[in-house]
Write a protein that binds this ligand. Sequence first.
Ligand SMILES: [Zn+2]
Length: 200
Amino acid sequence: MRSDLIAMVDHARSAADSWRERLYERRDRAVLLIGWFGALTRPQIVGLSEGQVRQLSAGQWVIGGVVDRSGTRDVELPKGHRPNICPRCAYVRWMDVLANYDKDSRLGLIRVLGRPEAEHTHACTSYAASSMGSPMPVFRLIKTNQAIAPHAMSAHTVHEIIVRRATAIGLDGRRFGARSLRAGNIAEAQSRHGEDPRDR
Ligand SMILES: [Zn+2]
């Protein structure tokens, strides 16, 4: 599933050729990569707040206070091998979209999404989270007119994103979508034999 996920992310990026499509692509990339690398369920993904994503010393990133059946846990967010499949970069790029939208609405979106982003640079290495403690949801609802609501999208939208992006690369979207990103990550971790997920 990991190779499928990477193919989905790469395809989405190369297929997005307008600011509107890049808006959805950036959100979807962040949903897919953070959900996968964080082994998060759909409700955990939409429940994420900006304040939960924290940078610790030595380049370590964590998602704090993820609520599970057994309590709360901190989840490490690794740095990806390539910028396009780096969950930290995906987060930074999506935060950039939200910040520009909150500043200048649609003009802000066009400013940040009007041209393709630099392909070969990690945006995460020079990023300092300024959202410490912010309760704002990370994955805010995008309305049909591309206005971005202050509240979170639904867990069903996460499902739709997975199905749509899987179908776009020729996978059976319904079958793929039925498995959560968390389930796929854990299944792979069990068969990985110690291989580092950041190597791909
Ligand atoms: Zn990065």
